[in-house]
Design a protein around this ligand. Structure first.
Ligand SMILES: [Fe+2]
Ligand SMILES: [Fe+2]
Ligand SMILES: [Fe+2]
Length: 293
């Protein structure tokens, strides 16, 4: 099997990891604070590690990690039904990985997929347990119908955060500048925190988080990436500042200002990286296009 075909299979796996992360986070936020929600969030984090391993393998093979979101199954109406949907999603992932392990002959990639599928089997068991546990505990969907300006602001923030998470992760995989890679990954993790804070604020305030993304930038040249990032960070720092001034709730105001200050920090980090990159102090003298050498 040629690399192109392997990249295609791994990207299909990566897209489904992406779908699983969003499905599990949606379920965790939807049931509110508690032990099961924490455990479901922890499983979403394990899927993020899978996504990371797959993306790095795809890049090593000369490919680009897909930013499409794969299968989700969120038709369940009650919390135990959600957990049953998650069991089904894990089963689908197990079946797909097993098929790909058979198809791919590269021993290192086979080993990686076997490592991942062992996690998925364990997750399937966890979710089976959560079906019974959430039934026994009578856990309910705590999300409400709130649709006012606060809800709009929070959903706007969630969409922004989700988009830059994908953008910074993509850029961290594609850049050849190691300092940029590290910083982009760190800031992506910080944006994941923002998404979580906003989604939890939304559910506790009687709303329902809408976890959708818009168009992540896919520049391949490090300086282009950073310019786009600085522009978007400037826009959102201003937008969070404005939103913080408009809201009456003191807790929400504090949250929005905290996120605004994080975004201002991102602007400074990216500005420094861009300056180094343009001064040719990057490891490759500033020419970081994959085909530059
Ligand atoms: Fe996974
Ligand atoms: Fe953010
Ligand atoms: Fe940011």
């Amino acid at each position: 099997m040629d690399n192109e075909k392997i990249i295609e299979l791994l990207n299909a796996d990566l897209q489904n990891e992406h779908g699983a992360i969003i499905q599990y986070l949606t379920h965790a936020y939807g049931m509110g604070e508690g032990e099961v929600a924490c455990e479901v969030e922890a499983l979403a984090r394990e899927e993020m590690r899978h996504l990371d391993w797959l993306a790095e393998t795809i890049v090593a093979l000369g490919g680009k990690p897909s930013l499409k979101r794969g299968t989700m199954n969120m038709t369940g109406k009650t919390v135990p039904d959600w957990m049953a949907d998650d069991v089904k999603l894990e089963q689908g992932a197990i079946d797909q990985y097993e098929e790909h392990i058979k198809m791919i002959d590269n021993p290192k990639i086979k080993r990686l997929l076997r490592r991942i599928v062992a996690d998925e089997r364990s997750h399937r068991g966890d979710f089976e347990h959560f079906v019974a546990k959430t039934k026994k505990e009578g856990l309910k969907d705590i999300r409400g119908e709130r649709k006012d300006n606060v809800a709009k602001t929070l959903n706007w923030g969630i969409e922004h955060e989700y988009t830059v998470i994908l953008q910074y992760l993509f850029q961290s995989y594609m850049t050849e500048n190691p300092e940029a890679r590290k910083q982009l990954e760190d800031q992506a993790i910080n944006e994941m925190q923002h998404l979580g804070w906003l989604a939890e604020e939304m559910t506790s305030g009687g709303g329902s988080p809408r976890i959708e993304f818009s168009k992540p930038d896919q520049s391949l040249r490090t300086s282009d990436m950073l310019k786009v990032d600085i522009e978007i960070e400037n826009e959102v720092a201003d937008a969070y500042d404005k939103a913080a001034k408009e809201v009456a709730d003191a807790g929400l105001k504090e949250l929005l200002l905290r996120i605004r200050d994080n975004e201002r920090y991102h602007i400074e980090v990216f500005n420094d990286l861009l300056e180094d990159e343009e001064a040719g102090q990057g490891p490759l003298g500033g020419s970081n296009l994959p085909d530059a050498g």
